[in-house]
Design a protein around this ligand. Structure first.
Ligand SMILES: [Zn+2]
Length: 140
């Protein structure tokens, strides 16, 4: 489900809140992976090589990979939420997160975008304030 559909379904406030929860769960996973790596490295002894050091090394490798993935997901989801959050207030009346989505897309089109830039990391949304009717585009 794309961002516009999710925001239409649950509203911007709830979508934004869930993005923040999602990103911080990824951050927590990353921290736990770091603790796991430290604990496993502390326990490894190479005096006698057997299944235990091999299992600990495998746990370290898995934790490093999961930690890197979680860190990337944390940054990506948080940045995306902040990009939309920065433009969620009506530019005319200052009402927060009360808008309807008129259109959305992933290509650079519409009056607010540079036509040369068609590599948007987030889909654009054309929205209209429910209070005063002012249209604007998000994210920037
Ligand atoms: Zn407004």
């Amino acid at each position: 489900m794309d961002i516009a559909t999710r925001i239409r379904k649950m509203g911007f406030r709830k979508w934004y809140e869930r993005q923040l929860i999602d990103s911080h769960l990824s951050f927590t996973t990353c921290v736990l992976c770091g603790i796991t790596v430290a604990a496993c490295l502390e326990s490894i002894t190479f005096t006698e090589f057997g299944w235990k050091p091999a299992a600990l090394l495998a746990a370290v490798a898995g934790s490093v990979l999961l930690g890197l993935y979680s860190w990337k997901r944390y940054i990506t989801v948080l940045q995306r939420a902040e990009r939309y959050g920065d433009r969620s207030t009506c530019p005319s009346c200052g009402t927060y997160a009360r808008f309807e989505i008129l259109a959305s897309g992933t290509t650079a089109e519409g009056p607010y975008l540079d036509p040369a830039d068609d590599s948007l990391p987030c889909p654009w949304l054309r929205v209209r304030c429910r209070k005063c009717g002012t249209p604007w585009r998000m994210p920037d």
